[in-house]
Design a protein around this ligand. Structure first.
Ligand code: ZN
Length: 185
């Protein structure tokens, strides 16, 4: 990431909105924002596969549900935060993954300019491939500041997206079961 370029851009942005980038409170803002973006967009160029490489054998395992994985991301249309929870259900095909790895997987896709629907799909595809799971269901509930801070201004309004792969696509009973374990319905 070119932090020098971010600093230049933020200085120009401050000037463009009529601010004085040299005044006390703003002096270090461009460099602070540059460091912040390094962190917030730190998932770019990272491969989630490495986090899922360590799998455990679980021959007879039934559905696994990991819910309320907190995340913060930035919408690519406004560069404003959207944040909330990811719920993941999968039906293993002999392989399960450690729970902390799920959090890492979510981080990789959240820490970049995103749209919620794509993030949902990316997490589902990554899990379906890495675990060769029989089924994967990913649900994301998120609040978008570009909707609640501006525009229609409905604080607390949530966008819910979901992506299903394998068994969850065809078996509505299993899907219902997963959604109820997630606490979504
Ligand atoms: Zn937006």
């Amino acid at each position: 990431m070119d932090t020098q370029k971010i600093e230049t851009a933020i200085t120009m942005l401050l000037e463009a909105v009529g601010e004085d980038p040299n005044r006390e409170g703003l002096k270090d803002t461009p460099s602070r924002v540059a460091r912040m973006y390094e962190e917030l967009l730190g998932g770019m160029g990272h491969d989630a596969t490495e986090h899922l490489s360590k799998v455990f054998s679980a021959p007879n395992s039934e559905m696994v549900v990991e819910k309320n994985i907190e995340f913060y991301s930035l919408c690519e249309h406004h560069m404003l935060p959207f944040f909330g929870n990811v719920h993941i259900a999968y039906i293993p095909n002999g392989k399960v993954v450690g729970l902390s790895k799920m959090g890492r997987l979510v981080e990789v896709y959240a820490r970049r300019l995103q749209i919620q629907e794509r993030m949902t799909d990316e997490i589902a595809d990554e899990l379906a491939t890495a675990l060769d799971a029989k089924g994967v269901l990913v649900v994301i509930e998120a609040e978008h500041l570009c909707m609640t801070m501006r525009g229609i201004k409905k604080r607390g309004a949530k966008t819910v997206s979901y992506a299903s792969r394998g068994i969850f696509r065809d078996d509505s009973v299993k899907k219902q079961e997963a959604l109820s374990l997630m606490g979504v319905i």
